[in-house]
Design a binder for this molecule. Structure first.
Ligand SMILES: Cc1cc2nc3c(=O)[nH]c(=O)nc-3n(C[C@H](O)[C@H](O)[C@H](O)COP(=O)(O)OP(=O)(O)OC[C@H]3O[C@@H](n4cnc5c(N)ncnc54)[C@H](O)[C@@H]3O)c2cc1C
Length: 528
């Protein structure tokens, strides 16, 4: 027996849920199949340590999605379905080894004053960069939420700016070149490099220049934005939209094969032998490395198979979760006061940041002066832990591939986690042993075990260098969500415009599918 729907969706990360929500609102019957017991993928929140402590297993910051039509125009009615965002202040606090620190506050002038502690000239550079980017941010945002082939690309948007020549140059430069050109002080340079690295793209690589602007600007605008109740509040609200429009979501259902009929993708089958048929379309957020195994080679064509074979996972993360009785407290003003911040980190120095990618490529576990991102969401959202308690996440950046194989992580991870905690304690000495109630460590290998879409530990949909960007993402020739097998569409972080919690690949896939079915996004937005 097979069940039939208009659209069958494989995977329930936030992107495919976004697509399904638009399609369901447009009147299509949707089935979503998720391999895990929980929906959300990298936007999951789970009791990883102790009951009552809800940890964000992967993402915490939902920044890119803030300026999207999904939230800005509330196209899916997500607020009605319980989604609420918090905008913490301070935004992020970065302490340095010499006892100084730089804090980003929601008030841009207050952030500039922090830069001015180190250099008045650098404070002026920060103010100028934010003002410059503010002028182009709406155009770049529009391009991001436009599928390729459906409107202006970001490259074209940059080129038509009054100062388009400058922006094209900045775009082609590396983040480090932009930062070294604008800032003089070692602390402000390290701060800006750390910010520009937040989507894991090596900051010395040509083509990362705009990240020196965009990541800092996004956080200065929206803060280290987090959903009340945990990262999973987003997939939960999306699921509520889907089911309230007649959609069905099944968890614990791993898709293992595509059903092809007459050369068309007519549905999927699951590991447990269920078959689900799709009248109109199958949408996948299965990793492309796995997807190509789910149909015969001739269905894909040699170029597509080559494009998947050469796909690179990029920099991976190493995550330690803690249940604690206190948030990190960073002494400031010579020890007179402390700062408690949802987001903090240790950039160490520009040199250390620039070495990250070299260590990574060499498969080296680098534990000297660890560069860290530290998140304590309970500082702004106490609902995630029992009264007065906290969830703490300490993120480092380590390779998936190790000499001897990625399985070596199972032996190495406790030691690496201990080094990261020791480093954090240098800056937040209140995090003593008695403050930590329990912990759980996720190596790059564990992140893949948790979510198979994190192929080889890839965290942001894989590398976003020139070979895997724009019309080359995920595979040259197949960047508009349509796959070589007719009737099959692909979304998720491996597709244009890429990773992070943006909903952009999901909304763009909906635009393409609805257009192919002779419908429009406007229909979807008005049938709520
Ligand atoms: C540790 C970590 C921290 C991060 N932090 C941030 C952050 O703070 N801010 C930010 O913006 N981004 C962050 N990211 C990146 C961001 O979370 C991801 O890029 C994004 O959530 C990916 O969403 P997605 O919808 O494309 O896919 P995913 O969230 O990867 O979802 C894919 C889903 O498909 C399911 N699936 C896969 N194969 C099958 C199959 N065969 N059958 C059925 N189901 C299947 C998976 O189980 C999963 O649920 C982080 C990522 C990681 C790993």
């Amino acid at each position: 027996m097979s069940e039939t729907f208009d659209v069958v969706v494989a995977g329930a990360g936030h992107n495919s849920l976004v697509t399904a929500a638009y399609l369901a609102r447009a009147g299509l019957s949707c089935l979503v199949l998720e391999a895990r017991q929980e929906i959300g993928g990298d936007t999951s929140s789970e009791e990883l340590t102790l009951p009552g402590f809800l940890h964000d297993s992967c993402s915490t910051a939902h920044n890119l999605i803030q300026a999207s039509p999904i939230l800005r125009d509330d196209e899916l009615g997500l607020t009605e379905h319980g989604l609420e965002y918090l905008h913490p202040d301070p935004v992020v606090h970065l302490p340095f080894g010499d006892g100084s620190s730089l804090t980003m506050w929601r008030d841009e002038e207050r952030t500039c004053a922090e830069f001015a502690k180190f250099s008045v000239r650098d404070a002026e550079a920060y103010r100028r960069m934010m003002a410059d980017y503010r002028r182009i941010a709406p155009d770049l945002g529009r391009a991001r939420y436009t599928p390729l082939g459906f409107g202006e690309t970001s490259g074209a948007a940059l080129a038509r700016q009054p100062d388009g020549a400058r922006w094209r140059r900045r775009n082609a430069m590396s983040a480090w070149e932009v930062i070294a050109g604008e800032f003089t002080d070692p602390h402000t340079r390290a701060f800006m490099l750390w910010m520009s690295f937040m989507t894991m793209q090596p900051p010395e690589r040509p083509g990362t220049g705009l990240l020196a602007y965009s990541l800092t600007y996004g956080r200065q605008q929206h803060s280290w934005t987090l959903p009340r109740g945990g990262s999973a509040a987003l997939p939960r609200a999306l699921a509520s939209v889907i089911t309230s429009h007649g959609g069905v979501i099944v968890t614990g259902a791993r898709v293992s094969g595509l059903i092809l009929e007459g050369g068309r993708c007519a549905g999927v089958e699951t590991e447990s032998g269920e078959r689900y048929l799709a009248r109109e379309a199958v949408l996948s957020t299965i990793h492309v490395k796995h997807l190509v195994e789910m149909a015969p080679a001739e269905a894909w064509g040699e170029d597509f198979i080559d494009g998947v074979a050469t796909w690179q996972p990029g920099v991976s993360m190493f995550v330690s979760h803690y249940a604690t009785t206190a948030a990190p407290e960073f002494p400031v003003d010579g020890g007179v006061g402390v700062i408690r911040s949802v987001a903090s980190g240790t950039p160490q120095s520009a040199d250390r940041m620039l070495r990250l990618a070299t260590d990574f490529r060499a498969g080296r576990i680098a534990t000297d002066d660890p560069v860290l991102l530290v998140l304590c969401p309970t500082v702004a959202d106490p609902s995630r832990a029992p009264d007065g308690m906290h969830t703490l996440k300490v993120v480092g950046f380590q390779p998936y591939e190790l000499p001897g194989g990625p399985e070596r992580w199972d032996e190495e991870k406790a030691a690496v986690s201990a080094v990261n905690l020791a480093e954090l304690r240098k800056y937040a000495p209140n995090l003593t042993d008695d403050v930590i109630l329990a912990s759980e460590v996720k190596s790059p290998l564990d992140l893949e075990r948790m979510n198979e879409h994190n192929w080889h530990g890839s965290c942001h949909g894989g590398d976003a260098g020139p070979a895997q960007s724009g019309d080359l993402r995920p595979v040259p020739g197949w960047a508009s969500h349509r796959m070589p097998v007719p009737g099959l569409y692909q979304t998720g972080a491996t597709t244009h415009p890429g990773g992070s919690v943006s909903g952009a690949p999901g909304r763009n896939a909906a635009t393409v599918i609805l257009a192919d079915l002779g419908r429009s996004m406007a229909q979807s937005a008005t049938q709520g």
